[in-house]
Design a protein around this ligand. Structure first.
Ligand code: COA
Length: 424
């Protein structure tokens, strides 16, 4: 069996943040019923399309293992079906703009009336406060959650990161909230509201930067390169380039071939316990006892000199050779791996972190599988549903609609037509 077998999710999510959450729940075995607007569905189905007729990779990679029902929840008939779904599901997950669910007529109070055991889980851009009514996308969250002000180089613009910490990060936070609420429900029998704000999620992931903000009141942040470079600190945590956030100074260094390969670099960490090994590898055995270099504190104002010297060594080897030599000596490091290298990585394929999925319209494509591995609940990734592919199945099997009820619903226009395979 799967960990969440028997749990039914009413998936009212769209775009990225919510769908990442419900995809995880599906991977853990929940029956995830994605409710989409007839005709268009989740807007991402049509965004960034690489093949004219196929659901975009954006959509397929965020909606595996789900079933799709199309339903216009603004019609009377559609509302009735939604009510029936609320009564039949354990969790409703949504990430509409603030107030959208209420405007549809499904307030927390109404949902409680229909199903007191239902867990209602929501992602919003901000928690209660001045921005609670704002619509938010990934980069807005990165900017308002502290990530952008602390990412990039001291003398450059704030930067957003490629990791989707606002969307997928908040999806993860919400997912944990949902399974926690499900666990509490086993004791109380009651549902509850679970909310995760994207600003809060990003700030949670920037926790170490709030740590540094407070350290700043007691002196310069000595592990930041700007300390060694003699630049004064202001009153807010600066952008730290590629400096390591912890007490183990690190930098990205060039490896052989960097002139032509944008990813011929390695992250090198000068972890204190392996300092002597580092000195041997780079050919500076004298630094083991030199008072200017022998201790972590002595090195802090000299980190530029330290990393320039290490780089003179890393530049003579390709990034995988550097990785091999350093790991033999327990020196922590990480080559900069391109998406191409990751896509081709045999070990990631073997663990199911990179999966190849068959899709009836687009053929085979790569996706990131479940990064969370449960020994007793393995994940099998199955393709995302076509728009409305399971409308009839859900109405019959979950809601027990008979032929007459189905016919009536079709006539009302509340459920739309299911997407057809090109071949049909
Ligand atoms: N049938 C009928 N109407 C439906 C429907 C359905 N099945 N599904 C959605 N709708 C309606 C909603 O009720 C809403 O209508 P209303 O505005 O008239 O009340 C409308 O569709 C649009 O919803 P909205 O969420 O406002 O979409 P948007 O495209 O304008 O905004 C976001 C998108 C992401 C900016 C916004 O949803 C948001 O801020 N979400 C919260 C934060 C978040 O998750 N952001 C990250 C997304 S990756």
């Amino acid at each position: 069996m799967k960990a969440l077998e028997g749990v039914r999710i009413l998936d009212f999510t769209h775009v990225q943040s919510g769908p990442t959450c419900t995809q995880l729940l599906a991977w853990f075995g929940a029956d995830v019923i994605k409710v989409e607007r007839p005709g268009t569905g989740d807007i991402t189905r049509g965004q960034l399309r690489d093949l004219a007729e196929a659901d975009s990779l954006y959509f397929t990679m965020l909606n595996h293992n789900k079933r799709s029902i199309t339903l216009n929840t603004k019609t009377e008939q559609g509302k009735k079906v939604l009510e029936a779904l609320i009564k039949s599901c354990d969790v409703l997950v949504e990430n509409f703009a603030p107030g959208a669910l209420d405007r549809m007529g499904f307030t927390w109070e109404r949902i409680q009336e229909l199903n007191p055991a239902m867990i209602v889980a929501s992602i919003k851009g901000f928690g209660p406060g001045p921005y609670q009514d704002c619509k938010v996308y990934e980069n807005v969250a990165q900017c308002t959650g502290g990530a952008a002000s602390t990412t990039g180089f001291r003398d450059g613009l704030p930067l957003v990161t490629g990791a989707q910490i606002g969307d997928s990060g908040t999806g993860l936070h919400l997912c944990l909230g949902i399974v926690t609420a499900l666990y509490q429900r086993t004791k109380t029998g009651r549902g509850q509201k679970v909310t995760a704000a994207m600003q809060d999620g990003v700030l949670n992931l920037c926790r170490v930067k709030l740590r540094d903000q407070q350290r700043l009141a007691h002196g310069p942040l000595k592990e930041y390169s700007q300390y060694g470079e003699g630049f004064e600190f202001g009153d807010a945590v600066p952008r730290a380039g590629n400096d390591s956030g912890g007490g183990q100074p690190g930098r990205i260094l060039k490896c052989k071939g960097w002139e032509n390969d944008p990813n011929a670099y390695i992250y090198f960490i000068t972890q204190a316990p392996v300092w002597e090994a580092i000195c041997d590898v780079i050919g500076e055995p004298g630094w083991k006892t030199d008072p200017d270099y022998a201790t972590p504190n002595a090195r802090l104002p000299r980190l530029n000199a330290v990393f320039e010297r290490i780089e003179r060594w890393t530049e003579t080897h390709d990034k995988f050779e550097v990785m091999k030599v350093l790991n033999e000596r327990d020196i922590p490091c990480g080559p900069i791996l391109s998406m191409k290298e990751l896509a081709e990585d045999a070990s990631l394929r073997a663990t199911g972190t990179i999966v190849e999925v068959e899709h009836p319209v687009r053929g085979s494509y790569l996706s990131v599988g479940n990064p969370i591995k449960l020994s007793d609940s393995p994940t099998e990734v199955t393709r995302s549903p076509l728009l409305g592919e399971h409308t009839e199945e859900i109405l019959r099997d979950v809601l027990k609609f008979d032929d007459t009820a189905l016919e009536e619903l079709r006539g009302s226009g509340a459920i739309g037509e299911p997407a057809k395979l090109a071949a049909e």
